[in-house]
Design a protein around this ligand. Structure first.
Ligand code: ATP
Length: 454
């Protein structure tokens, strides 16, 4: 199943491996013409839910580069690491916690190098390298995931502290909390939402766009009074579930997974998992983080990040509940969820049953024959009108059946065909992607039809 989705992504220009003509770059991907449309629609839908519909949430776009102290305060320099072991035979790398998890052995990302080595050694004999099948590994090393750069280091001084590419977008929100409070009309409780790139030196790079070294996050951090944290947390959990159903993802493919091993400051943490072809895996995290983030930044920068309630005069450091999801993981979940193979007579059709609001192309306009100038002219006129409001495609190559199949594969909800009758009756044939039913719609009514159905 995942192979079919990957193949569709490549064939139809959703996702390409980065730098492919140079042999690719591990765990980095590019979004092609239809991929970028889908990505933009996902981000727009998220923004609508997390900013536009909410009077209590504002947006932000902070820079990828930030002061290196931020990553010390956040704990990333000291603790943002994954346990890695290497196969001595073929040099394949293993994420030891994932391997243990796969065997049903509880491990925990906060374990020390010593603890994880003890656990690994205990089960080592049963572990085989997935690549070469041998069982001969190095000791486990904790490997820091922050990606370093030489920004501003003009002398190549190796002792100079690197400036990191951000490992998550939410730190940009925490360090702008006071700016936003001082310049906009928000009062506690309020949230700040941001979409942006993040970078991690992920050890294992498998599972297509599920785990990449460059990816985009959509994060919302909600600042609340300490006593209201768990109420806000429950509300956010419900809201995020509702958001996924609004995307059209089948509910049976989603589930909540509680974190058993909480980091010391967290109050509660759940992930929303999606049923990917390789099993239920984290799509999004919804976490109650206490006042850890702002307290850490306040201590490290030496400035107070206390909130003063203007009415009660109470002073406190706000607590935070967050929602954090990757664009790529959302896109993969949507593709897997929508991918359908159907028997049609003695043929199989592949169709992406995406929520029409997310489809890269909303309508394809086709002249029945491309050598009939009047039909072509009318089809082009309809295309010119409809594309003003939405992404449309004009398609005249190949048989009509082939054109339908091509649009089915990219999830286009409506195909609009202009034929000889159209010249007489000012109507066109509109074909529905999922039911394949065709109906005649007056050209004048097309705009209204698409508006109503998408
Ligand atoms: P995992 O356990 O799968 O590595 P995580 O717990 O480290 O994920 P978070 O730090 O909570 O992930 O990041 C929030 C969200 O960002 C994740 O739920 C996921 O959707 C996305 N994300 C994190 N790492 C990656 C990655 N390497 N590639 C793509 N998306 C990612």
């Amino acid at each position: 199943m995942i192979d079919a989705v990957i193949s569709l992504c490549k064939r139809r220009g959703f996702v390409f491996p980065s730098s492919e003509i140079y042999g690719g770059l591990s765990a980095i991907y590019d979004y092609g013409p239809y991929g970028v449309e889908l990505v933009n629609n996902i981000k727009a839908h998220w923004w609508k839910w997390m900013v536009q519909y909410r009077e209590d949430i504002v947006g932000l776009d902070s820079a990828i580069f930030m002061h290196p102290r931020i990553w010390e305060a956040s704990g990333h320099v000291g603790g943002f690491s994954d346990p890695l072991a290497e196969c001595k035979q073929c040099h394949n790398r293993l994420r030891v916690d994932h391997v243990l998890e796969g065997m049903g052995v509880e491990s925990d990302e906060n374990m020390s190098e010593e603890e994880i080595n003890t656990l690994f050694n205990k089960h080592k004999e049963k572990i085989k390298c997935p690549k070469c099948g041998t069982s001969n590994f190095t000791d486990v090393k904790k490997f820091n995931l922050l990606v370093e750069s030489n920004l501003g280091n003009f002398t190549g001084d190796a002792s100079k502290e690197p400036v990191y590419l951000r490992g998550e977008t939410c730190q940009g929100i925490y360090v702008n909390y006071k700016n936003i409070l001082d310049t906009s009309r928000v009062k506690i409780p309020f949230g700040v939402a941001q979409i942006g790139k993040a970078f991690r030196n992920e050890i294992t790079a498998r599972q297509f766009i599920f785990r990449t070294r460059e990816f985009e996050q959509m994060e919302m951090q909600y600042f609340v009074h300490p006593d209201k944290e768990m109420d806000a947390y429950e509300e956010l959990k419900n809201y995020r579930w509702e958001y996924y159903t609004s995307l059209g993802i089948k509910e049976e493919n989603l589930r909540w997974k509680k974190h058993d091993n909480l980091v010391f400051y967290a109050k509660e943490a759940y992930d929303i998992e999606y049923n990917y072809p390789f099993g239920f895996k984290e799509l999004e995290g919804v976490h109650a983080r206490g006042n850890y983030d702002l307290t850490q930044h306040s201590t490290h920068c030496g400035k107070s990040l206390e909130y003063i309630d203007q009415q009660t005069k109470e002073k406190y450091i706000p607590h935070i509940v967050e929602s954090s999801v990757g664009v790529g993981r959302t896109l993969l979940a949507l593709l897997v969820d929508a991918y359908t193979e159907e028997k049609v007579e003695d043929d199989t059709r592949v169709v992406l049953k995406l929520n029409p609001a997310l489809s890269p192309i909303k309508a394809a306009i086709m002249p029945l024959q491309k050598n009939k100038p009047e039909i072509v002219a009318l089809a082009k006129k309809i295309f010119a009108d409809l594309k003003k409001e939405r992404m449309c495609e004009y398609d005249e190559t190949g048989s009509i059946g082939k054109r339908y199949r091509r649009q089915d594969e990219i999830g286009t909800p409506y195909c609009i065909t202009v034929d000889f009758d159209s010249l007489e009756d000012n109507s066109v044939t509109v074909r529905d992607r999922d039911s394949m039913k065709q109906e005649r719609v007056a050209i004048q009514r097309l705009e209204e039809f698409l508006h109503k159905n998408i």
